[in-house]
Design a protein around this ligand. Structure first.
Ligand code: C2E
Ligand code: CA
Ligand code: CA
Ligand code: CA
Length: 279
């Protein structure tokens, strides 16, 4: 933007231009991807640390681009957030996760809760709980089989509004998780005010528990903290048996991670769901 003055030239590099073009191309494509069915949900099981049984799943969005192939959410979610497309994207995800879960139940699979990630922009909207309610009605999913994951940082902006929305969701019967716990800056007093059910310990801490004494201490303290606040705790990014054993020894309730399963397409996730007992 040249008319803003020559100082801008100092910051202008070909690299930035490339990044900008890339962003514009993803933005245009993403707009269409939502309507063209190029988005897909994968599901990662949540597992009970003690029993090894599946006790829920997290829906994670995937974009199968016609030319570029799979684009990871780490790349397109930030662009969706900057451009406002996240509203449509998160709504598509919410709708699809509820629809799929209801379909599994109707097909005779034992009921499991599905967790959906929601961006900061969305959880801060005054009409968010209303939107969730509408999707639940439309898909006929019982609210107890839906969970909303919000990151610690996203609820530290407009906190009062977020707490109201979380309370409305709780009243609907939907569960709530604080995601990436430990990476943000929420204080204990806020944690007490959030009407949440789960704390998800960020994978950066879990990855270090075996070789970094400070990570293992942090994880132990978070598990105790969750216990004191009567919250269930979920460890993310568990990749091997040794880490799982650490979690068992420290009485962590649930885990997710490649050790049990990567996020799976619906057909694969379905194989892990148990059929309801029929008599
Ligand atoms: P997240 O919610 O913290 O999700 C966990 C990420 O860790 C996922 O990456 C998952 O595939 C990955 N993961 C799970 N287990 C392991 C493990 O054992 N080792 C390693 N190295 N990674 C593991 P993914 O699917 O690429 O998603 C990245 C982020 O994108 C998510 O982080 C979430 O913040 C965002 N995201 C994904 N789907 C959605 C969505 O539908 N809506 C919104 N708003 N954000 C989403
Ligand atoms: Ca998550
Ligand atoms: Ca996380
Ligand atoms: Ca994350």
């Amino acid at each position: 933007c040249k008319h803003n003055g020559r100082h801008n030239f100092l910051f202008y590099t070909p690299n930035m231009n490339q990044y900008h073009d890339h962003q514009i191309s993803i933005e245009g494509d993403l707009r269409e991807a939502i309507t063209r069915n190029e988005l897909q949900l994968y599901y990662q099981p949540k597992v009970n640390v003690e029993t090894g049984y599946i006790s829920g799943m997290e829906a994670l969005v995937r974009w199968n681009h016609p030319e570029k192939g799979f684009i990871s959410p780490g790349e397109f979610i930030p662009i969706a957030e900057e451009t406002g497309l996240i509203t449509q994207l998160d709504e598509w995800v919410l709708n699809e996760a509820c629809r799929q879960n209801q379909q599994w139940m109707e097909a005779g699979y034992a009921a499991e809760r599905v967790a959906v990630n929601v961006s900061a922009n969305e959880i801060q909207r005054t009409d968010f709980a209303e939107k969730v309610n509408r999707v639940l009605q439309e898909t006929c999913l019982d609210p107890q089989f839906l969970e909303i994951e919000v990151t610690e940082n996203s609820v530290m902006q407009n906190t009062d509004q977020c707490i109201r929305t979380m309370q409305d969701l709780k009243t609907l019967g939907v569960s709530l998780s604080i995601d990436d716990f430990g990476t943000g800056y929420s204080s204990l007093s806020y944690l007490r005010k959030f009407p949440i059910h789960y704390l998800k310990i960020d994978q950066t801490f879990i990855k270090g528990v075996l070789h970094d004494p400070s990570d293992s201490e942090i994880v132990k303290v978070m598990i105790q903290l969750a216990d004191a606040f009567k919250l269930e705790v979920v460890a993310e990014g568990v990749e091997n048996a040794e880490v799982l054993q650490f979690l068992q020894e420290n009485h962590c309730a649930y885990y997710q991670g490649y050790y049990f399963s990567k996020p799976l397409p619906p057909e694969e996730m379905e194989k892990l769901l148990t059929k309801k007992q029929t008599y």
